[in-house]
Design a protein around this ligand. Structure first.
Ligand code: GLN
Ligand code: ZN
Length: 755
């Protein structure tokens, strides 16, 4: 008989119940027991669905009030010492303080979970971290599930992944960060204590997630696996070591010989690794095959999966999702606005449980021909649908040449022509795009969407916002203006809604971090741009001023990264299609008299593959896609791009290869350190390093910004520099914004005199 399970379920709830309860708790609107109630009923529901689908286990430990890594820190007793909390008696209030900070301490750092858009709280360890154990929540949840009659398979981050992703902090500033691996013995003792308790609870299997095996792992970390797992081998439950997000085939021998009872593989991301593992896999060990995509929302091709599995049957073969379903929305059944055809192509978390159920029954010899036929019809309809394939788009892609991805002249020529055209002062000033999104703006957009605000009324209200923003920028004396983005809810959704090939769900929420969820657009078909998307707003804004008005677009890589994208063609091709659509808009803006156009690419770095050996290929097509979007214009049209806070140093050649005339970046929080790399690399084009942090309501004093401008001028020639805030200002209010920008302009005025 085939065993079926999932590696984790989304915790947020089909209606984002967890988000709302947690936020109410933060506001003091509900108490701890009411919050606990919501958590209980969500877990209960999710387990129930897993049981209904006939899975052999329910996953426990995938629930968290904020984040699973924070839960692990609280369970192990590995909290940052600076909070002074007792992990064993950690209150829910304190748990949230670790995640969000309190008046005395900033929050734990947060960073992206591998190559997903989920963010986890980085464990913060020092030499004295004792891992002496912490809260019992994990065990309560196991008991809770068992009391409901479920067979549980608890899930935790594995000891090496936990430690590897942690940040080592030394007590004294002079001391270099210590070697985290020196903490491993203590970590393993803590895991052993957990295993003992699980054994007492009668738990048969524990899943330990070790996704770091998909990274380019340093030799000493790789070498730590065997002894670490040997030390866990005798204590209690059988261990299923789960890998995902990448192939681990280079570690096949290590994983085969590791003293664990089973290994899980992601066969969606890396299908070819099945043969490598299966060739030598002992019957005594479980091989869990992650065949249903935990990262995307398409219906699986069940017959194709079954055909593949025929050769790999046996009682030691388990069936599963590729990774936790954390990364997909909960339940497609709620989507009543999607048309039936499109809806038929999709599967959210709950639907994916059904897919595993069909696969399991098929492998066990049950007659599932009806379900397979239905599935095959959906798969075939998606393959053949004219909504997916637009011959005009394929023809355009086929006829793309190198010249389409290159500006007409080299940067030096363009720069000279642009300087002659715009005649900007040294250290030109600009902003990144958005201005304060006031309550009124949000209300107007919502009313227009609902149909309660007429279009003419909406347009005139948005135009009033543009007038306000232009007036304020002129009064401040900014050199290159923006219209303020009042009409945009979200920088990807705004464009997705106007492009062909995109669909939008009502409840397709995915947790981004804590109570924050995102609803990525569904990019299902060939992308094209039926009509101009931003030209009227931008033209209107330009009509109000003599100064250059910067057109504002989102770049192809960012649109790709922040959407659920099709799995029937390479991401690079999908990105080229988006790039061509953006190119059309860029050309139309130019035709409408807009001389400066910004194409935002904040997600450019996010797209980097997990393995360094795959970086070059990605950077190559990603930079080329940007250039396709930017290269339809004349030399004297100035193309900007913008990226938020990220590490640039190791991808500077690719950033230079984007060949934007100006790149604005978020640098103030790094105290301009991030710009140093641009200097040593001799980044050839112009740069606008952010001179103040837009995440804070603090009004940055003139001196601070002057110092940062001077610091920038030490590493990048002043002729190449612009002055701007770190990012868009939509989360600030107008008084903060005006005061900060006034100081920024004063700092620039002083810098122009001295530099
Ligand atoms: N133009 C966008 C804005 O200003 C850029 C946002 C971003 O970088 N994430 O809001
Ligand atoms: Zn930004």
């Amino acid at each position: 008989m085939t065993t079926a399970h999932i590696t984790g379920f989304p915790r947020i709830g089909a209606q984002r119940e967890l988000k709302f309860a947690v936020e109410q708790f933060w506001k003091g609107e509900i108490d701890e027991s009411a919050l606990a109630q919501t958590g209980n009923s969500l877990r209960r529901q999710h387990w129930e669905w897993q049981k209904e689908a006939g899975l052999d286990f329910v996953a426990v430990g995938d629930f968290a009030w904020y984040d699973q890594m924070l839960n692990a820190s609280a369970l192990l007793g590995a909290l940052p010492a600076r909070f002074g909390f007792d992990a064993k008696n950690l209150s829910l209030k304190q748990y949230f303080e670790l995640a969000r900070g309190n008046t005395a301490q900033p929050a734990q750092e947060m960073t992206k979970w591998f190559d997903t858009n989920y963010h986890y709280l980085v464990p913060e360890l020092d030499e004295n971290s004792d891992f002496a154990g912490g809260v019992d929540w994990f065990f309560y949840e196991i008991e809770e599930a068992r009391s409901l009659g479920h067979t549980v398979k608890p899930v935790l981050p594995g000891p090496l992944t936990f430690l590897y992703l942690a940040k080592a902090k030394s007590d004294s500033k002079e001391q270099a960060a210590f070697d985290k691996l020196s903490l491993l013995p203590k970590v393993l003792q803590a895991y052993n204590r957990i295993l003992e308790r699980l054994a007492k609870l009668g738990v048969e299997w524990l899943q330990l997630d070790e996704p770091i095996l998909g990274l380019d792992l340093e030799r000493e970390w790789l070498a730590a696996f065997e002894p670490a797992y040997r030390s866990l081998a005798n204590t209690g439950p059988k261990i299923l070591l789960a890998t995902y997000f990448e192939s681990v085939s280079t570690h096949a021998a290590l994983l085969r010989d590791l003293p664990v009872a089973g290994v899980h593989l992601d066969l969606v991301r890396a299908p070819q690794q099945l043969d490598v593992f299966a060739a030598n896999w002992p019957n005594s060990k479980v091989l869990s095959l992650g065949v249903v995509d935990g990262r995307n929302i398409w219906v699986s091709d069940l017959s194709a999966i079954l055909a593949r599995l025929q050769a790999h049957r046996g009682s030691n073969i388990w069936l599963s999702t590729s990774c936790s379903l954390l990364h997909v929305p909960v339940d497609l059944a709620q989507e009543i606005k999607l048309d039936d055809e499109l809806k038929g192509w999709l599967a959210f978390a709950k639907q994916k449980l059904q897919e595993i159920s069909v696969l399991k029954r098929a492998l066990n010899g049950a007659d599932v021909s009806d379900e397979l036929a239905k599935n095959a019809a959906k798969v075939a309809s998606r393959k053949a649908s004219p909504r997916i394939h637009n011959p005009a788009v394929s023809a355009r892609i086929a006829s793309l040449s190198d010249a389409d991805a290159r500006r007409h002249a080299i940067f030096a020529t363009r720069q000279a022509e642009q300087r002659a055209r715009f005649n900007l002062p040294p250290l030109p000033t600009t902003t990144i795009g958005s201005f304060p999104q006031t309550k009124e703006i949000r209300a107007a957009r919502a009313a227009f969407k609902k149909g309660t605000l007429a279009q003419a009324e909406y347009i005139s209200q948005m135009q009033a916002e543009i007038r306000l923003a232009v007036g304020k920028q002129e009064a401040l004396g900014i050199d290159v203006l923006v219209h303020g983005e009042a009409e945009r809810n979200d920088m990807v959704e705004y464009f997705g809604e106007q492009l062909s090939g995109f669909a939008f769900t009502q409840f397709g929420w995915v947790q981004s971090y804590g109570s924050r969820c995102v609803k990525p657009p569904v990019l299902f078909g060939d992308v094209s741009r039926p009509t101009p998307m931003t030209v009227e707003w931008t033209q209107y804004a330009q009509s109000l001023t003599q100064k250059p008005m910067k057109g504002m677009l989102t770049g192809p890589v960012t649109i790709l990264q922040w959407s659920f994208v099709r799995d029937d063609q390479p991401r690079s091709v999908t990105t080229q299609q988006i790039a061509l659509a953006i190119r059309d808009e860029v050309v139309d803006l130019e035709t409408a008299g807009i001389g400066i156009i910004q194409i935002d690419e904040p997600a450019f770095r996010e797209g980097l593959p997990l393995k360094k050996s795959d970086w070059a290929a990605y950077l190559d097509w990603a930079a080329a896609a940007f250039r396709i979007s930017a290269s339809g214009v004349a030399n004297q049209t100035q193309i900007h791009t913008h990226m938020c806070y990220s590490e640039f140093n190791d991808i500077l050649p690719a950033i230079a290869a984007m060949d934007a005339d100006v790149i604005t970046i978020e640098t103030s929080r790094s105290d301009m350190e991030l710009l140093t790399g641009f200097g040593t690399f001799k980044y050839p084009n112009e740069v606008g390093p952010g001179v103040y942090d837009i995440h804070s309501p603090r009004i940055p004093p003139v001196e601070d910004m002057l110092r940062l401008i001077a610091k920038a001028a030490e590493v990048v020639p002043v002729e190449q520099l612009w002055v701007n805030p770190d990012c868009g200002l939509k989360t600030r209010n107008w008084p903060e914004t005006e005061a900060a920008l006034a100081n920024m302009l004063e700092a620039t005025r002083q810098a122009r005199q001295h530099l």
